[in-house]
Design a protein around this ligand. Structure first.
Ligand code: SF4
Length: 78
C-alpha cells in the first residue's frame, strides 16, 4: 500500500483524493490517511501531492518509517 508521511501534517492539500480510483484516502485530524487494505497500489496519488508526502510503503524515507504503521493504525482505531 501507499503511505502518507510527515509532509502532509497540517497541510492536507487533498489533491490525492481527486486521483484515487478506489476512494481509499481519508481525512484525519492533522493529515490524510490511506486505508492500506483498500489501496490498489496504482500510484496515482503520489505525483499529485504538492508536498511529496506520498510514498510506496517500501520507499518511505527512513525518518518517516513509522508513518506506515500510523496509517494502518488510524483505521484500526476507527
Ligand atoms: Fe488510491 Fe492508488 Fe494512491 Fe492507493 S496508490 S491511495 S489506490 S490513488
Amino acid at each position: 500500500a501507499y503511505v502518507i508521511a510527515q509532509p502532509c501534517v497540517d497541510v492536507k492539500d487533498k489533491a490525492c483524493i481527486e486521483e484515487c480510483p478506489v476512494d481509499c484516502i481519508y481525512e484525519g485530524p492533522r493529515k490524510m490517511y490511506i486505508q492500506p487494505d483498500e489501496c490498489v497500489d496504482c500510484g496515482a496519488c503520489e505525483p499529485v501531492c504538492p508536498v511529496e508526502a506520498v510514498y510506496y510503503e517500501d520507499n518511505v524515507p527512513a525518518e518517516w518509517a513509522d508513518y506506515a504503521a500510523a496509517d494502518r493504525g488510524f483505521f484500526v482505531e476507527l
